[in-house]
Design a protein around this ligand. Structure first.
Ligand code: NAD
Ligand code: ZN
Length: 355
C-alpha cells in the first residue's frame, strides 16, 4: 500500500513576506466578533517582530514559553486560556517561532475542535475533526515542523506526535529575514536537525524517488549553508528545512532520532542539540554523514556537551533504552526488517553510556 498524504496547500516565500500576513489573514476573518490567536515564542516579547504582528480588533496575542519542549499538559492549559478568552472559536491560530512554537500552534488548533486532552491523540490518525485554520511562521529553520503532519509532544507516558492530515498547517509564511538573528549555536543545532533528516532519509531502507528528490536537494543546500559562505544562506536553509521535511514525509528518520528521543524523554534534552549529540556517536551507521557533520561543527566552532548520562541510575538508563527501541519504524528504516538482531538492547545501552 502506498501512503496517500496531504501537504500544506498555501506557501509564501521571500524576504519580507511576513509583511503580507495581514492580507493573508483578511479573508479568513469572519466578522466583528471574530478573532485570531497569535501564538508567539516569548523570546520575542517586546522585540521588533512582536510589534509587526498585524493585530486587529479582538485578536489575542498568546505568548508561549519553550524553555521545555511542549508537553500535552501545557497544550491543555493554553486551550483552556483561549476558551476562557472568548466563547467562540477563533478564526485562526498563527504560530510564530521555532519548531516548538509551531508545534504548540498546531496542537492548540487541533484541541480547540477535538474534545479531551492532547495526550489522548498522541499516535497516528486519532484526530477525527478538522482543526481551526492554522498558519506556521518559522523563526528558526531545520525541524521541518512547518511542513510536517505531526506535532511532537511529551505526554505523561510517551514522547510522541499527534500525526494526522489535520495537523498540517493550512498556510506557511517562509520569510528568511525572521531567522537571521537567531543565536548562532541554536541556528546550528536546528540546522543540523535538517541535515540529519536528510542523511537518515537518504540512507534509509524506506527511500523512494520522491524522498530522494527532496532529500538530495535539501542536503545540497545544507552543504552550501554549513560548509560554504553564502550571503543568502538564510534563504537556503529555509528551503533546506522545507525539502528535508518533504523527504521524511515519505520515508522516515532513523537511529539518531530514535536515540535522541530516549535522551530527551529522560533528560529533557532539546531536539536539535540532542540529535547532534547522538549523531556524533553513529559513525558505524552513518560514516559519511558523521564525517561531514564534524566538518560543519568545526567550521562553526561548535563543541557538544559530553557525559550527559554519567550520573544516571540503571532504571533511567533502561527507560531511555526502552523509549529509543520503541520507535520501531525508525529502526526498520535505518537497519531493515531484521533491525532487532543488529540494534540489541545492550548495544543501545552501550551507546548511551558513551554519551
Ligand atoms: P525551538 O523552537 O525549541 O527554539 C529553541 C530556542 O530558540 C528557544 O529558546 C526559542 O525561544 C529560541 N528562538 C527561536 N527562534 C528564535 C530567533 N529567531 N531568535 C532568537 N531566539 C529564537 O527550536 P527548534 O529547534 O526550531 O525546534 C525544536 C522543537 O521542534 C522540539 O520541540 C521538537 O520536538 C520539535 N520538532 C518538531 C518536528 C515536527 O515535525 N513537528 C520535527 C522536528 C522537531
Ligand atoms: Zn528532527
Amino acid at each position: 500500500m502506498y501512503r496517500n498524504f496531504s501537504i500544506v496547500p498555501n506557501i509564501i516565500f521571500g524576504r519580507g513576506s511576513f509583511n503580507q500576513l495581514d492580507d493573508i489573514l483578511q479573508p479568513k476573518r469572519s466578522g466583528n466578533d471574530s478573532y485570531m490567536v497569535f501564538v508567539l515564542d516569548d523570546v520575542f516579547k517586546g522585540k521588533t517582530l512582536e510589534g509587526r504582528i498585524p493585530l486587529r480588533g479582538k485578536d489575542f496575542l498568546l505568548h508561549v514559553n519553550v524553555d521545555d519542549e511542549p508537553k500535552t499538559k501545557y497544550i491543555d492549559q493554553l486551550v483552556a486560556r483561549i476558551r476562557a478568552y472568548a466563547p467562540v472559536l477563533p478564526d485562526g491560530i498563527i504560530g510564530i517561532g521555532g519548531g516548538a512554537t509551531m508545534d504548540i500552534a498546531k496542537a492548540v488548533s487541533l484541541l480547540l475542535t477535538n474534545p479531551g486532552s492532547a495526550a489522548d491523540y498522541q499516535g497516528w490518525d486519532l484526530i477525527k475533526i478538522p482543526a481551526v485554520y492554522h498558519v506556521g511562521i518559522p523563526t528558526l529553520s531545520g525541524t521541518g515542523a512547518e511542513v510536517s503532519r505531526t506535532t511532537v509532544l511529551t505526554g505523561p507516558e510517551k514522547k510522541l506526535g499527534i500525526n494526522s492530515d489535520f495537523t498540517l498547517f493550512n498556510q506557511m509564511v517562509l520569510d528568511p529575514e525572521l531567522i537571521a538573528d537567531a543565536p548562532r549555536d541554536q541556528w546550528f543545532y536546528t540546522g543540523m536537525d535538517c541535515y540529519i533528516h536528510d542523511v537518515e532519509s537518504l540512507q534509509g531502507t524506506y527511500l523512494n524517488e520522491f524522498s530522494k528528490a527532496y532529500g538530495e536537494k535539501s542536503i545540497d543546500l545544507c552543504r552550501q549553508v554549513f560548509l560554504g559562505d553564502h550571503p543568502d544562506r538564510d534563504d537556503k536553509l529555509m528551503m533546506a528545512s522545507y525539502f528535508g521535511g518533504m523527504s521524511i514525509a515519505y520515508s522516515q528518520v532513523g537511529a539518531c532520532h530514535a536515540l535522541s528521543y530516549g535522551l530527551s524523554f529522560v533528560l529533557g534534552t532539546h531536539h536539535g542539540i540532542g540529535c547532534c549529540i547522538t549523531f556524533d556517536y553513529l559513525e558505524d551507521i552513518y560514516p559519511d554523514g558523521v564525517r561531514e557533520f564534524r566538518q560543519m561543527m568545526q567550521k562553526h566552532g561548535i563543541s557538544l556537551p559530553r557525559n550527559l548520562t554519567r550520573d544516571l541510575d540503571a532504571a533511567a538508563m533502561e527507560k531511555m533504552t526502552t523509549v529509543a527501541l520503541g520507535l520501531v519504524p525508525l529502526w526498520e528504516n535505518c537497519l531493515g526488517k531484521d533491525w532487532q538482531k543488529i540494534m540489541t538492547r545492550e548495544r543501545v545501552l552501550e551507546l548511551y553510556r558513551k554519551m
